[in-house]
Design a protein around this ligand. Structure first.
Ligand code: ADP
Ligand code: ZN
Length: 738
């Protein structure tokens, strides 16, 4: 058995690559994916640290299919399980989930499928996994591996701590022979140690990827009229795109959402104070619609797996670099150009500093938090490459310029501002270290306001020393001084010089500040080279085809009751738009088009491309009753028996023009499934490796009688004909003579 040999021999990679192409339609593994797959498929344990969008899922999905038995995926994100399972079923993989959203019957059905070896992947919530009933069940089932997703949840150090995760130590204890793979996108050293301890991964290899997200463009600007700035940004660069806007308070979330709506932008509010129903609705809309903007507090985040979020905007400062990285990281999981956009101003800096100072957390905690905030503010104020500063914070040695952040695209001027800094500090000190920025600016500019006079501040030597600059400049200087820790923010927004200020006042250190605040806006460089992520991933000429494909995808997704990205990702639609394939064969070469997708959607996509080449608009077909039924079913049923879940209403075109008798087709399909099951048991190979469901469906339709009839079936190439051809022909013959 040639095919089977190649799987067991050392060339796991060849088998894995075949599978990757066949099922996912991808040509190559990314970075360390290949090594991880090889390790785990070979029965080893591993720890994987990879950024969001890095491609963690394939690291356990591919080995699960390569090994015999089912891959158990532990995930805390119940809300996402259905989408993940739908996505896998859409690829023809036999996947299911076990969590509290299932009915008792649903649970029984999944359990039976598990024991019968009818599953390739099973997603389980941790609390469900730890039930004695589930553990007993797993002991009786053939297991390929355990993948522990979001593994940082084991650690009390992080903000996503889940006590159940600590119970996962039961895995090495009760299933020592089953490979364990821990995956996370956030892990400092302490968290990493916790993961290794709980899952007993002692000597397992650790695969650490760079945390850079090259497709995200980082931009930080000065706040003047935040809402208008946001609207300009959205209109200019992301009209019609999905995005997240983060605000600090519930009130500003609601105000901003309302304001955007009034401007004709499709936006919805999300925060923890809204009724659960409204929150769920907002989240569902975000996942299922193409271009919705969610205005939210940080409560909106974990569990948002939408791959085509094109921008994340911050109207308020996050609390730390970790927060910033995590929140902006929700943009561009699909690898296409995306923007992380933020505006902030002096009052934001003063506010966050003050909030921190006045919190009643223990001193030690406050110190740690202050350090984190300092790092974020340094990032905001930097004149260097933002990516370099961001990655340096996470211990990565990245050397800019990256060419994809605002400071690289539009380098700010820096100036020696030591003298101005000394003036501002002395204004704070001479007025008693208790006045806010507005008052200090008045003093510096020599404005004898009522308040200045009543405090006698017009008699100070500092009064009027700063008239060479305008008000905006002074606010910029003060902001940078607060950001960099030379001024501290206290009660009533009062600013006081810190210990650190002394060296500066004595002239022992100098201070170089960004000069962007020094240049009046109109004369500035703003208009020159505005960085732009660009909204459409395709050229203007290709835009109509891309939009036609998006419209078709949305319609299809609605009829099947799944989010659009479950049908095809934006990256795949972009690939189709560029290649313009007019046949199944060429469509099959587009990244992200595997055998199953080709069989299910090939005809429709090819037709849309043809229409666009003919200059005809693509008709959007309403859902048939059959499709609407499929939506109802999409929870657990159907696919468990190896049936395709995302059924295409028309049989694939590759079958020629004989219309097969549906009853016979089903008879043959059943016989083929039986044959495949027998081969699975005999060889220990996953059903996929024998032949995928797409091939099974095509065989059932064509009902081949001779070896010649076997040629040209998708997913049933020469190797498979050689290995399984005879068994397939025998099964078809037997089914038809019954
Ligand atoms: P993560 O779980 O690490 O955030 P995902 O597993 O969701 O990332 O992958 C992010 C995106 O990258 C998905 O759209 C996925 O299909 C795509 N992807 C992952 N690996 C590859 C690959 N080897 N080739 C092409 N696309 C890939
Ligand atoms: Zn840069």
């Amino acid at each position: 058995m040639l095919w089977a040999m190649s799987v067991r021999a050392p060339t796991t990679t060849t088998a894995a690559l075949d599978l990757l192409k066949l099922v996912w339609g991808y040509d190559a593994f990314r970075g360390v994916q290949a090594q991880i797959v090889q390790t785990v498929a070979g029965g080893g344990n591993a720890l994987v640290l990879m950024p969001t969008g890095g491609g963690k899922s394939l690291c356990y999905q591919v080995p699960s299919l390569l090994r015999s038995g089912v891959g158990i995926v532990v995930s805390p994100l119940i809300a996402l399980m259905k989408d993940q399972v739908d996505t896998l079923r859409g690829l023809g993989v036999r996947a299911a989930y076990l969590n509290s959203t299932l009915s008792l019957d649903g649970v029984r059905e999944v359990e039976a499928a598990l024991l019968n070896g009818e599953l390739d992947l099973l997603y389980v919530a941790p609390e469900r996994l730890l039930l004695p009933r589930t553990l007993d069940l797993l002991e009786r089932a053939p297991l390929a591996l355990f993948a522990v997703d979001e593994a940082h949840c084991v650690s009390q150090w992080g903000h996503d701590f889940r006590p159940e995760y600590q119970g996962l130590s039961v895995l090495p204890e009760r299933f020592p022979q089953v490979p364990r793979l821990a995956l996370t996108a956030t892990a400092d050293d302490r968290t990493r140690a916790d993961i290794l301890r709980v899952l007993d991964l002692g000597t397992a290899p650790q695969f650490v990827s760079s945390f850079d997200r090259p497709n995200i463009q980082y931009r930080v600007g000065q706040k003047d009229s935040p809402k208008t700035q946001l609207l300009d940004f959205i209109r200019a660069e992301h009209a019609g795109d999905a995005g997240i806007v983060y605000c600090l308070s519930r009130k500003s979330v609601e105000e901003t959402a309302k304001w955007l709506q009034a401007q004709g932008v499709d936006a919805v509010a999300y925060h923890a104070g809204l009724p659960p129903r409204e929150r769920t609705l907002a989240q569902d809309r975000f996942l299922n619609e193409e271009g919705l903007i969610v205005v939210a507090t940080v409560a909106f985040g974990m569990g948002i797996d939408k791959p085509n979020v094109r921008f994340v905007a911050h109207l308020d400062l996050p609390k730390s670099m970790e927060g910033y990285y995590q929140e902006t990281g929700r943009a561009g999981r699909d690898g296409l150009p995306s923007t992380a956009w933020m505006v902030y101003g002096l009052s934001d800096v003063v506010n966050v500093r003050r909030m921190l100072a006045s919190s009643d957390a223990p001193e030690e905690v406050k110190r740690v938090e202050a350090g984190k905030l300092d790092a974020l503010l340094t990032f905001c104020e930097t004149a260097a490459c933002r990516r370099e500063v961001l990655l340096a914070y996470f211990g990565e040695d990245y050397h800019g310029p990256c060419g994809n952040c605002d400071t690289c695209l539009n380098p700010p001027q820096v100036r020696d501002m030591t003298r101005e800094a000394q003036m501002a500090l002395s204004a704070a000190i001479r007025t008693g270290n208790r006045f806010g920025a507005a008052h200090l600016t008045d003093v510096l500019l020599g404005r004898a306001t009522e308040r200045v006079v009543s405090m006698n501040h017009h008699t100070l030597p500092t009064f009027g020393v700063g008239t060479a600059h305008d008000e905006k400049t002074w606010r910029g200087v003060l902001r940078q001084l607060v950001s960099l820790g030379f001024l501290a923010a206290g009660e009533h927004h009062g600013l006081s010089a810190t210990g650190k200020a002394r060296t500066l006042l004595k002239g022992e250190t100098t201070l170089t500040l960004r000069a962007d605040t020094l240049i009046p806006r109109a004369a500035g460089r703003r208009a020159e080279k505005q960085p732009r992520a660009g909204r459409a991933p395709v050229t203007p000429e290709d835009q109509p085809l891309f939009e036609a494909l998006r419209a078709w995808r949305l319609e299809r997704a609605r009829s099947l009751g799944v989010p659009p990205y479950v049908i095809f990702t934006d990256a795949t639609l972009k690939g189709v738009t560029e290649l313009k394939p007019t046949s199944h064969a060429s469509l099959g070469t587009v990244s992200g088009v595997g055998q199953r997708k080709l069989a299910d959607f090939g005809d429709e996509v090819v037709q849309i491309v043809r229409d666009s080449l003919d200059g005809r608009p693509a008709p959007v077909r309403p859902a048939t009753p059959q499709e609407r039924g499929a939506r109802e079913n999409s929870a657990v049923l159907g696919a468990l028996r190896g049936r395709p879940l995302l059924e295409s209403p028309a049989p694939p075109a590759l079958l020629g023009d004989v219309a097969p008798d549906p009853a016979r087709t089903e008879q043959v399909a059943a016989a083929l499934r039986e044959t495949r099951r027998a081969i699975t048991q005999e060889t220990g190979l996953s059903a996929f490796l024998i032949f995928p469901n797409a091939a099974l469906d095509a065989l059932a339709q064509r009902q081949p009688r001779t070896e010649t009839d076997l040629h040209g079936i998708p997913g049933f190439g020469p190797k498979r004909i050689e290995t399984y051809g005879a068994q397939v022909l025998a099964a078809v013959r037997a089914a038809l003579t019954d």
